[in-house]
Ligand binder design. Structure first.
Ligand code: NZQ
Ligand code: ZN
Length: 390
């Protein structure tokens, strides 16, 4: 097992009706800004439910809506100005990854005067982390199980054709309320995206090379097997509480640091996927279904040991040659994504070889030239992966 530091301060409040806890979780006598997305929270009534809970103590409540999928820097800056003008003391995000990520950017950018007028710089520190020591405290009410943003320190922010990672320990929410019933209103496509995103968060930290990290491997396999068991069911039976509750918890646990501690991590699929979203608008989860199988096809030698373990323990493929096991595992994975109605080729979205040049140019611009758990996926190898994904 590799050395690691594990830190995760987010309090999780899970289950039916847990919005009533908001009054205990959000400080009283403060100015609270509620942040939400394109309006689903109004339609579903969650916004009103939250306001009712916050209204039970002496709080001044403000609202900022309109943070759309792949949250854009310019819109987030409007919220940053509101936070500064009103001296907001606490932020509450209600929504999916885009709203939660946007809130993380707003909380850290608004609080640090050194970024005043140079807010775009917050986007430039990447995985090195934003050099800041304070942010506005925030919590979340998560309405879409997918990104794990409700319990992690990352945010993904878009600026035009750029999709940039903003990391900081200050990005951990103080608390997240995970009520699976609040996700019943999701369109089937978003639920399927969430299953795929959770699946690939897990494989990015598992299908690498063995380091005798048995707990992490077994936990990753547990998440993958759970997703395979419940994936299509939770898409087809949106109000089946038990299957949805399992998706919600898997999504959170797949990217909160637990299964990634002490193991190599890949993220090749995500980095290419982010560029595809930035250039084509394809939903995040769907880009991963296109790229993950192609990564395994191109990197089957480097990943052979873990691909075989994945074939045997996750898909039960215990006979055949090494290549047959690896081929079988890739095929089963693609079938699983298809069972969720998620396509696995660029051409399924009308994209052809000319698109690949654009993705490669963006990867180069963002210095994504040494990807994977070995740091040896060059732009040429990324091109090969994209060609296989056509
Ligand atoms: O905007 P509203 O109207 O709320 O509608 C949203 C949006 O259209 C809708 N929705 C959310 N909850 C709903 C609902 N509709 C009905 N009922 C509900 N309960 O779903 C749509 C998609 O929402 P979005 O937040 O964009 O989806 P997701 O959670 O998949 O987040 C995607 C974003 O997260 C980033 C992605 O790059 C992308 O920008 N990621 C963040 C990560 C992180 N912070 O760790 C890691 C991930 O790998 C990912 O990169
Ligand atoms: Zn993801």
């Amino acid at each position: 097992m590799l050395n690691f530091t594990f830190y995760n301060p987010t309090k999780i409040v899970f289950g039916k009706g847990q919005l009533v806890e908001l009054d205990n979780l959000v400080p009283s006598n403060c100015k609270v800004l509620i942040i939400y997305g394109g309006g689903s929270v109004k339609k579903t009534g969650v916004l009103d439910m939250v306001k009712t809970q916050l209204g039970t103590s002496n709080r001044e409540v403000f609202e900022f809506g309109g943070i759309l999928p792949n949250p854009q820097f310019d819109i987030l800056m409007d919220a940053v100005r509101l936070v500064r003008q009103q001296n907001i003391d606490f932020i509450l995000a209600i929504g999916g990854g885009s709203v939660m990520d946007g809130t993380k950017f707003i909380a850290i950018t608004a609080k640090n005067e050194e970024f005043m007028g140079r807010e775009e710089e917050v986007l430039n520190f990447g995985f090195a982390g934003v050099p800041a020591e304070k942010s506005i405290p925030f919590g979340t009410v998560a309405t879409l199980p997918a990104t794990g943003s409700e319990m992690n320190s990352g945010a993904v922010i878009s600026r035009g054709d750029d999709k940039l990672v903003v990391m900081s320990e200050l990005n951990f929410p103080q608390f997240s309320i995970l009520d699976p019933e609040l996700t019943f209103t999701l369109p089937p496509k978003q639920v399927a995206n969430g299953v795929v995103d959770t699946f690939v968060h897990t494989t990015e930290q598992y299908v690498t090379y063995p380091v005798e990290a048995r707990f992490q491997d077994r936990t990753a396999e547990g998440i993958l097997n759970t997703l395979i068991e419940i994936g299509t069911k939770t898409v087809e039976e949106p109000e089946n509480y038990d299957v949805r509750a399992n998706l919600v918890w898997c999504a959170t646990m797949a990217l909160n640091g637990l299964i990634g501690a002490g193991v190599p991590q890949d993220w090749n699929t995500h980095m290419i996927g982010h560029e595809i979203t930035a250039l084509s608008g394809i939903d995040h989860g769907r880009t991963l279904a296109i790229i993950q199988p192609a990564v395994w096809k191109v990197r089957r030698r480097q990943k052979a040991d873990k691909l075989i373990q994945y074939a045997e323990r996750v898909w039960g493929i215990t006979t055949g040659s090494i290549d047959e096991k690896i081929d079988g595992a890739i095929e089963e994975t693609e079938k699983f994504f298809h069972s969720l109605n998620v396509p696995t080729r660029l051409s399924d979205y009308g994209l052809d070889a000319s698109f690949i040049d654009k993705v490669i140019a963006n990867l180069e611009k963002h210095e994504m030239t040494a990807l994977s758990e070995h740091g040896d996926v060059t732009l040429d190898i990324s091109r090969k992966i994209l060609e296989v994904a056509l």
